[in-house]
Design a binder for this molecule. Structure first.
Ligand code: F6P
Length: 360
């Protein structure tokens, strides 16, 4: 029998509960014990921050968004944020975290997270606490896997938003700008933009110029289409400019928070066209709610595979989707790093072929 820890780290995404359910179900059937650690590494340092997960705990969670374990994107034991007088400072609390994991009697962790959580897992593995990584993020930007769970749901939510913006854009002869998430990757913007029939799609991988966008709007006007819909990834940048940032990374406040890319486009456009431009920031709606059937399936398959690896004692592997199959790869920096939309890839080319303006 193995006893292992289970943690969800980083930003939440639809499907986390489906992974938790699959891990607990499979582990229970194989006679293993799962210790749930709450709010990522915070749970290790709190009095009631861990609990044994059983079939009772996970009943009914499959369709639920969020994570019953809670999560945090500000919980790195190697850079733990603490208040020192009036300001936040960072300390290395990894030895304390490792000590707590040993006290809990776990032989390793199943870490459900993005690139940041996987980097922590790899650093802990170097210090003797191995992991199995389960990649998650709505951004779909994890290198080792063809798709992360959470992305399909976020893409559908963004597509639905584009559909809704279309009707009101048309009614008012407006340019509607939708800012979507994705951090430094444009997967959500490009794929929802294509699925929703956006006229303009701006992604971080292709710096934009306002000229071609103005031309695209005016071309549509000349055809009697006096409205346009633009989808802008939060990480998109004007050529020679910088990303729009809402909050800088500071100790205790997590990573850089992007935001405002839609407004930047709207301001640039307003100067050059005679249509009204409005901005909608889709924000955390993309991360909430029930996972799609695809994400539930993917999450369940990854969770079950993670336990199969624990069962074999095959630690320090990342479970991934390759083509149609679930498999596993070594948990290297390369596999757990980030990936980006290929500006010359098939989807970007399809967008160009269909006359979508990518701001080039
Ligand atoms: O990585 C997922 C994500 O939703 C990004 O798309 C976005 O930039 C970020 O997290 C937002 O994080 P937070 O919820 O901390 O604002």
């Amino acid at each position: 029998m193995a006893r292992f820890g289970l943690m969800t780290g980083g930003g939440d995404c639809p499907g986390l509960n489906a992974v938790i359910r699959a891990v607990v179900k499979r582990a229970t059937s194989l006679g293993h014990e799962v210790v749930g650690i709450e709010r990522a590494f915070h749970g290790l340092f709190e009095e009631h921050g861990t609990r044994l997960l059983t079939l009772d705990n996970i009943s009914g969670i499959l369709p639920r968004g969020g994570t019953i374990l809670g999560t945090s994107n500000r919980a790195n034991p190697f850079r733990w944020a603490v208040r020192d007088g009036g300001r936040w400072v960072e300390r290395d609390e990894s030895t304390r975290a490792l000590g707590r994991l040993r006290e809990l009697g776990v032989e390793g962790l199943v870490m459900v997270g993005g690139d940041g959580s996987m980097a922590i897992a790899r650093a802990l593995a170097e210090r003797g606490m191995p992991s199995i990584g389960v990649p998650k993020t709505i951004d779909n930007d994890l290198a080792g896997t063809d798709q992360t769970f959470g992305f399909d749901t976020a893409r559908a939510i963004a597509t639905d938003a584009i559909d809704k913006l279309h009707t009101t854009a048309e009614a008012h002869d407006r340019v509607m700008v939708l800012e979507v998430m994705g951090r430094n990757a444009g997967f959500i913007a490009l794929e929802s933009g294509l699925a929703g029939g956006a006229d303009i799609i701006l992604i971080p991988e292709i710096p934009w110029r306002v000229g071609p966008i103005v031309e695209a709007v005016k071309r549509r006007q000349a055809r009697g289409r006096s409205f346009s819909v633009a989808v802008v990834a939060e990480g998109a940048v004007p050529l020679g400019g910088e990303q729009a940032i809402q909050e800088q990374a500071t100790p205790g406040r997590g990573v850089v928070r992007l935001g405002g890319a839609g407004r930047v486009l709207a301001e640039a456009l307003t100067e050059q066209i005679d249509l009204e431009v409005r901005v909608t920031v889709l924000g955390h709606l993309q991360r909430g709610g029930s996972p799609s059937a695809f994400d539930r399936l993917l999450a369940s398959r990854l969770g079950a595979h993670a336990v199969a690896l624990v069962d074999r004692g095959a630690w320090n592997r990342l479970v991934v989707l390759r083509g149609d199959s679930i498999t596993d790869v070594p948990m290297t920096a390369e596999e757990t790093g980030t990936r980006h939309v290929d500006p010359k890839g098939e989807l970007a080319e399809v967008a160009r072929d269909l006359g979508v303006c990518l701001g080039e």
